[in-house]
Design a protein. Structure first.
Ligand code: 5GP
Ligand code: ZN
Length: 113
């Protein structure tokens, strides 16, 4: 399958890993939009949020928990941070393998662009 995140998970493409376990990989975004910009990616290929199944509910909870732990480790827990999931092209999704963006280290605007 031609999926850049699956290639990263399979070590076919290099990345800057900040965390890995049997379910997830967390890497620094290649095109960071904030001083801290980490992608939380499940090893299971799920193209979009709408393809989540009942059996994936724990996985998504774990992604959120790990994102919070990374925020703490990266020193942005108290300052503030944002977790984003883009879904479909109009919302900015460019890679069809679900992921959370963990963004922080600068003041964020609302609403997002
Ligand atoms: P999306 O646009 O789907 O919400 O997020 C995809 C993110 O993946 C983008 O922020 C993009 O910069 C990042 N990205 C795309 N290709 C690579 C890559 O090869 N390595 C890393 N580390 N990030 C990537
Ligand atoms: Zn994939």
């Amino acid at each position: 399958m031609d999926c850049i995140f699956c290639k990263i998970i399979n070590n076919e493409v290099k990345s800057s890993k900040v965390y890995e376990d049997e379910d997830l990989i967390c890497i620094r975004d290649i095109n960071p939009q904030a001083p801290v910009h980490v992608l939380i990616i499940p090893k299971k290929h799920i193209a979009k949020l709408h393809e989540l199944k009942e059996e994936d509910i724990n996985l998504v909870g774990k992604m959120l928990k790990i994102a919070c732990q990374i925020a703490e480790k990266e020193g942005i827990k108290d300052f503030g941070y944002r977790i984003v999931i883009n879904t479909n092209r109009n919302a900015g999704q460019s890679v069809d393998h679900i992921h959370f963006h963990l963004l922080g280290g600068r003041v964020m605007l609302w609403p997002p662009g």
